[in-house]
Design a protein around this ligand. Structure first.
Ligand code: HEC
Length: 112
């Protein structure tokens, strides 16, 4: 589980490097989105959620994103619907549509 998450991060990084060096992989847009989503997560979500496999802990109440990603019901559509509303006593910030797209891509990248 931990090892896989680590691996996924390396694959994301490898994709970015490949894109930067001109050999853009087919999923370059997805990769950029995942990276941007990670930034959103580390700005807005990290106080409560464990958002990365390398993070030790968030709050006791909020589920880790790896566990959210692993739920069978977690899809791009379900995450978009959920994030359209504030939740879990989140501070009243508003995510832009691209922020939501990116953070959803990031959460889904944690699957398996
Ligand atoms: C103030 C604490 C807090 C912050 C900040 C916060 N969350 Fe949460 N989040 C929670 C809690 C608590 C739950 C579980 C209870 C619930 O579903 O409301 C949760 C649940 C979730 C879920 C699970 C939905 C499901 O299907 O069960 C997702 C996805 C999620 N948060 C995404 C985010 C994202 C993305 C951000 C940052 C933009 C964020 N959260 C910021 C506290 C927080």
């Amino acid at each position: 589980m931990r090892a896989n998450g680590r691996m996924a991060e390396w694959m994301v990084l490898a994709g970015v490097l490949a894109a930067a060096s001109g050999g853009a992989p087919a999923r370059a847009d997805d990769t950029a989105s995942v990276m941007a989503g990670k930034q959103v997560a580390q700005t807005w979500c990290v106080n409560c959620h464990v958002v990365a496999t390398t993070q030790v802990r968030g709050s006791d109440q909020a589920p880790t994103w790896t566990s959210i990603a692993a739920l069978p019901g977690t899809t791009s559509a379900s995450l978009h619907a959920f994030l359209a509303q504030p939740h879990g006593k989140m501070p009243d910030f508003k995510l832009s549509k691209p922020d939501i797209d990116n953070v959803v891509a990031y959460i889904l990248s944690l699957k398996n």
